[in-house]
Design a protein around this ligand. Structure first.
Ligand code: EPU
Length: 423
């Protein structure tokens, strides 16, 4: 039986000092499968040491790639030339949403992929119909039988893809498939998130021709002979940066987050300023200071550059102690408010009506035993625990480990009282 780990956090300590943000989880999730496209070995740098990457490395090894991952250096070398199969096992796919990217990457390189439907956080329905529609527009035959996606193409041919939703995963998967297709692909209503731009930069560094990433129209000219020629470093994690910013404000602290990209954080920065926190942006760092007395604010989650759904949960935790009533509308995923029921156990006053949460701020949260229901729900509970009186016990820590590198060590270095316990 797996050992169940818990985080024990005693709240009330202001976070103070300097902290470095890790490489982006969701960027790495796209770039590691993209190494399959290269004829030459790839070296990827600035990777976070998180569970999702361990799973991705296992997928590559299962396919026959040579993978050398040095987590303490954040470097993974992938030689995809030895890949000798195009099926990915169910037990690995269940553990990570980004397993779907292996469809686009394997299809582009080998004309064939057999990949079970992806798992990942249970935050609502997460279909991949737009991914499949995009691949079909490039001439692929795609069928789903008994939960496994079977895709073939001989060959993939560039085409026009109109996404019904600006889906992050769908945009990435179509970019991967189009990268080695014959001719030009245009993706309309593409997602604009920072990791889409990072993937485009990586593909271009291998000789692909991707233009328009970061806008809603992306053009990809496929190139058959993609070759990685130099190490590629992934961008810093936007959501980890935001989580640390929120934690700094929540504890009335003074934290400088180094190695981040402040322009990626504008939606959150604007809300923290509106609440009364002080936020100073420099070239690659952000300082967040707060003396408390936060005002309630309202926001709706949106695609980038709107307020990210992945920060809705930690931000919702912070709002539980703001003065006044905040209204939060979750527009991207339908089951992303479960963490609020846990924070209610800590004294929060919350009403959830369909996709809207109404949060009446209370002066103080109190420690309780709470359970993370997904990755960012776990981050929200950490923020709540840092604010609460007493020692909060958070179970289902494995969710947090999926996406945050050394979170407790980073928080402890800033002065948090946080330890990990095993049963
Ligand atoms: N959707 C469809 N059909 C599709 C694809 C998506 O209907 O074919 C819907 C989804 O159900 C959802 C919306 O479109 O309602 C947006 O989904 P999207 O595809 O953009 O999300 P994703 O690719 O599944 C990625 C991140 C998520 C992040 C979302 C939104 C990765 C591995 N995951 O998911 O990250 O919340 O984009 O920004 O990149 C997390 O890090 O905690 C996380 C869940």
């Amino acid at each position: 039986m797996a050992i169940e780990e818990r985080l024990l956090i005693t709240g009330g300590h202001p976070l103070e000092g300097d902290v470095y943000v890790s490489g982006g989880k969701n960027t790495a999730a796209a770039i590691i499968p993209a190494t399959i496209l290269s004829q030459t070995p790839c070296v990827i740098e600035n990777l976070p040491d998180i569970e999702d990457l361990r799973v991705s490395a296992q997928m590559l090894r299962h396919l026959g790639a040579k993978v050398n991952w040095i987590p303490e250096q954040g470097v993974m070398e992938v030689d995809a030339s030895s890949i000798d199969r195009t099926d990915v096992p169910l037990d690995l796919c269940r553990r990570m949403r980004a397993s779907s990217y292996y469809i686009g990457a394997l299809l582009a390189r080998f004309g064939s992929a057999q990949v079970p439907m992806p798992g990942g956080c249970d935050i609502g329905q997460r279909p991949i119909d737009q991914h499949i529609k995009g691949m079909r527009a490039l001439g692929a035959q795609v069928e789903t039988r008994r939960g496994i996606v079977y895709a073939t193409a001989e060959p993939l041919v560039g085409g026009d893809v109109f996404l019904d939703i600006a889906t992050v995963g769908g945009t990435i998967n179509v970019m991967l498939a189009a990268s080695r297709a014959q001719g030009n692909t245009t993706i309309y209503n593409a997602a604009k998130e920072p990791h889409i731009v990072d993937l485009a930069n990586f593909l271009n560094s291998m000789g692909c021709r991707v233009k328009g990433a970061g806008t809603d129209v992306i053009r990809v000219r496929g190139v058959q002979d993609l070759q990685s020629r130099r190490p590629y470093a992934v961008i810093p994690d936007q959501i980890e940066t935001g989580t640390l910013m929120i934690a700094a404000a929540a504890t009335h602290g003074d934290v400088t987050i180094h190695g981040c990209i402040p322009t990626h954080m504008e939606a959150l920065t604007a809300k923290l300023l509106e609440m009364g926190a002080r936020v100073e942006e420099r070239d690659d760092s952000i300082r967040v200071r707060s003396l408390g007395g936060h005002r309630a604010v309202s926001f709706k989650t949106q695609v980038y550059p709107g307020f990210p759904t992945d920060l809705q949960q930690p931000m919702g935790a912070l709002l539980c102690t703001a003065t006044g009533t905040s209204t939060v509308v979750e527009n991207i995923f339908e089951s992303r408010f479960r963490y609020l029921a846990e924070i209610e156990r800590m004294g929060a006053r919350v009403r959830v009506i369909e996709q809207t949460a109404i949060i009446e701020g209370v002066p103080q949260l109190h420690a309780a035993a709470v359970e993370a229901s997904d990755l960012r729900a776990g981050a929200a509970l950490v923020v709540a625990a840092l604010m609460a009186q007493g020692t909060t016990e958070i179970s289902n820590v494995h969710f947090i480990d999926r996406g945050y590198e050394h979170l407790e060590a980073k928080l402890a270095s800033l002065g948090a009282e946080i330890t990990r316990a095993c049963d």
